[in-house]
Write a new protein. Structure first.
Length: 455
């Protein structure tokens, strides 16, 4: 079966890359500050690709977000199971992060470009490669198996994952029967490195929150009043500094820490993958994989303070910072949110008024690498790449995994993808390795074939 699938994927690969490039051209971003028409365009484009792949039962679905505003359109394509075979749900998302500073890109972000064996462009890795991975794997499995493909296949493409999938819980509740599956494949992760495939078996949880510090009723001239008073930015800076120990590890009490099993990552490899400056020491302690996968990591991802260009000689009355805290997979995110609140309230200096406002949370994930579906996927990867596949964790979180596993608790969950350590998802010059992308398609097509005929 593998030679036939490999041959089919190779013949189809140029078309798959061309369709991926077409998706990259659609700047679909699920924030209110961007044009929602692009989400509609992307959803219709994906629906057309599903039809072309051989799935005729295709719907574009929407549900409201918790605040009542319309959610982004999601695309669902179904090919029902026959003769008692199980159903496979293939998840990915078409929405992307903003491009950021265009000057940092070596080519236009929304124009896919092939260079040095890679495909470059915003969203090419996260997660439009996941969309095309599913579609190309399915259509090539269908091409090889024909009417013998009795496995049920449902393709579910989210439109607002990068915004936290706020409408997804309600959408899934409304269409739970439509999307029920025995095995879930979430193609929103990546491989251990170029040439070494991986199954992601753990995700960190995530909480977001905003700290507001207020010290004055109104702004004051810094020369006239400075000395007895500290401005809000200075007080906020001192508070933020208490969130980490001197070695850079998170100082919030009550959070879980654990050591990560699996492959080790050297400091040289991490520095090369991350681009950290030579003189910058690495934060925390323990193995790098533990620091990346199973220990907390806290970052200040935004601040409301004047820019240097627009600053004045003023003591500011109020300042804000938004925190992103990644958590060990088994952490209770509600308890972690309260731990952050306690820390903020007990460490605010100089008697400033402080408010901590939660801004969302996603539970972590701990998968079972010994399940039948996981063993089948790992074997398919090893057979395709010709090297053993790795079970690894990922430091980020995927909201859909938390939502889907709660709705379908008995389903086996596989997290895969086309990224590698140099894909730079969310950053400038995002890319995927085309050789690994082709192998990922072959491996998923082989998974479909083996789930269809487990003997």
């Amino acid at each position: 079966m593998l030679p036939s699938l490999r041959q089919a994927v190779a013949a189809d690969f140029a078309a798959a890359v061309g369709q991926l490039s077409g998706l990259v051209r659609i700047p679909a971003m699920a924030w209110d500050s961007f044009d929602p028409a692009e989400l509609d365009t992307a959803a219709k484009h994906v629906a057309a690709l599903l039809h072309e792949a051989g799935i005729t039962d295709v719907d574009i679905l929407q549900a409201p977000r918790p605040d009542g505003t319309p959610g982004a359109p999601a695309v669902v394509g179904r090919r029902p199971a026959r003769n008692g075979k199980p159903t496979l749900l293939l998840y990915a998302h078409y929405d992307v992060q903003p491009a950021g500073d265009i000057a940092l890109w070596e080519s236009p972000p929304f124009e896919a470009v092939e260079r040095d064996g890679r495909l470059w462009g915003r969203g090419v890795a996260d997660n439009k490669a996941g969309v095309m991975l599913h579609l190309a794997a399915f259509r090539n499995a269908l091409h090889v198996l024909g009417d013998d493909l009795e496995l049920g296949v449902t393709v579910f493409i989210d439109g607002e994952e990068e915004a936290g999938s706020p409408s997804l819980p309600l959408l899934l509740q409304q269409h739970a029967d439509l999307l029920h599956a025995d095995v879930l494949v979430v193609a929103d992760s990546g491989n251990w490195k170029v040439g070494v495939p991986a199954l992601t078996t753990s995700l960190r949880g995530l909480i977001l929150g905003t700290i507001e510090v207020r010290v004055l009723d109104h702004a004051l001239h810094s020369g006239t009043y400075g000395g007895p008073l500290l401005d809000a930015v200075t007080v906020l800076s001192r508070l933020v500094a208490t969130l980490h120990h001197d070695d850079g590890s998170v100082a919030v009490e009550g959070l879980l820490f654990s050591d990560a099993p699996g492959p080790l990552l050297s400091e040289e490899e991490f520095r090369a993958d991350s681009g950290v400056r030579p003189g910058v020491p690495l934060a925390g302690s323990g193995s790098l994989t533990s620091r990346l996968w199973t220990k907390p990591a806290l970052a200040v991802i935004g601040m409301d303070v004047p820019s240097v260009a627009l600053s004045s000689d003023t003591l500011l009355p109020v300042a804000r910072a938004k925190l992103s805290l990644s958590l060990a997979p088994a952490t209770d995110t509600a308890a972690a949110m309260e731990a952050v609140r306690r820390h903020v309230e007990s460490h605010t200096p100089f008697g400033a008024d402080v408010t901590f406002t939660p801004a969302g949370r996603t539970e972590g994930f701990a998968g079972d690498a010994t399940s039948q579906a996981a063993r089948t996927m790992l074997a398919a990867m090893e057979d395709t790449w010709g090297v053993p596949a790795v079970c690894m964790g990922v430091g980020g979180s995927i909201p859909a995994v938390d939502i889907l596993t709660k709705l379908y608790p008995r389903a086996e969950v596989l997290i895969t993808g086309a990224e590698d350590p140099d894909s730079r998802a969310h950053g400038a010059n995002e890319s995927i390795h085309l050789g690994d992308f082709e192998n990922a398609i072959v491996a998923e097509a082989l998974l479909i074939a083996r789930l269809n005929s487990p003997d």
